[in-house]
Design a protein around this ligand. Structure first.
Ligand code: KDO
Length: 335
């Protein structure tokens, strides 16, 4: 709690100084610098969408640079970098935002978002406005649009003959790598596992050496990061329909003309839509690819996972930070 508060206060100070020092509207000949730091490879569908749809659309007025594989900033440090003026863009997550604004944990809870369309409906609904406004006012970060990462599945090193997972009880003792924030660790525990925090860029080696028993990610990520080379089974828990937000420095936004802002917004929306459709297609296609690679893929008792995970969240401390009535509004936007 104290860590969260001090992290947030430091950031608010940094954001305030960036806003004060922020550049005014750019002179016609100056291009606005837009450096994006991403954790995924450049073949991940979100990266492909940024490179194919966002970058060309803003090329006239922005000097856009994308850095992948966490080569510019480590996973989880990007928002701080934007707030302090060292970076302009990232593909951030609700889990990262929840480290500053605990109410964002509502979007990190398992089995809350139902599918890609539900994520879009939630992001565009008025319920999202106070969340977006707070991030803008206190971190100096604009959340432009929502990107679809996909349905997270449990992916283990051991074969099914050694451990078959049908319910959360079958996850007991599984050392499951989760990304490194409290919200992710909680999800790992709610699944019945022993969660281990670890940066995405270390996961392949940890699976290879047995430092962890497994990891969770959507099928396209399992393929893109080649986790299938070092794991034996995938349990289709679909425990989190995972999302990211395209985050942009408010100072960079304020340096743009209204026309440029409109172009950036529509380029971000177009990239997100392109990435979403490609990722959905890949989620469908990749089951057979992974089976051909020798992985066993099966459905557990999803109802048992859903009820364990949902009850873990609603009785958790996280839920105390969820604004009144928002969960009900999110649910009402689903099918
Ligand atoms: C991961 O670390 O497992 C994760 O899937 C978490 C997401 O929030 C997202 O940051 C993603 O990694 C990276 O973009 C790499 O795909």
């Amino acid at each position: 709690m104290f860590a969260t508060l001090s992290r947030r206060s430091a950031l608010m100070m940094a954001a305030a100084s960036t806003l004060v020092a922020g550049v005014g509207p750019a002179a016609a000949q100056d291009k606005i610098k837009l450096r994006l730091s991403g954790v995924s490879s450049e073949t991940d569908q979100r990266a492909v969408a940024i490179l194919e749809k966002f970058a060309p659309a803003v090329a006239d007025f922005a000097d856009f640079e994308a850095h992948w594989n966490a080569s510019l900033f480590a996973q989880g440090t990007e928002l701080e970098a934007i707030a302090s003026g060292d970076l302009e863009m990232s593909i951030t997550s609700a889990q990262e935002l929840a480290t500053f604004f605990p109410e964002f944990s509502i979007f990190t809870a398992g089995y809350v978002h139902q599918d890609a369309a539900h994520q879009v409906a939630v992001f565009n609904d008025p319920l999202m406005e106070p969340f977006k406004q707070k991030v803008e006012d206190e971190l100096g970060v604009k959340l432009l649009t929502v990107m679809y990462l996909g349905r997270r599945q449990v992916n283990l090193r051991m074969p099914k003959s050694e451990r078959t997972v049908m319910t959360p009880a079958d996850m007991a003792g599984v050392n499951l790598r989760m990304p490194g924030t409290d919200a992710w660790q909680f999800l790992g525990k709610a699944l019945g596992a022993n969660p281990t925090p670890m940066a995405f860029t270390e996961v392949y080696t940890a699976l290879q050496t047995g430092a962890v028993d497994g990891q969770d990610n959507p099928l396209p990520t399992v393929v893109d990061a080649k986790f299938y080379e070092v794991t034996k089974q995938i349990v289709l828990t679909s425990h989190l329909v995972d999302l990211n937000y395209i985050a942009l420095s408010k100072a960079a936004w304020d340096a743009m003309t209204p026309e440029q802002q409109a172009t950036v917004q529509s380029a971000a929306d177009a990239a997100a839509e392109f990435g979403r459709q490609n990722q959905l297609k890949k989620e469908e296609e990749l089951v057979s690819f992974l089976q051909e690679k020798g992985l066993e893929i099966y459905e557990p008792d999803v109802a048992a996972f859903r009820s364990a995970v949902q009850s873990a969240y609603v009785t958790s401390d996280f839920a105390k930070d969820w604004p009144e009535g928002v969960l009900e509004k999110i649910n009402a936007l689903g099918s």
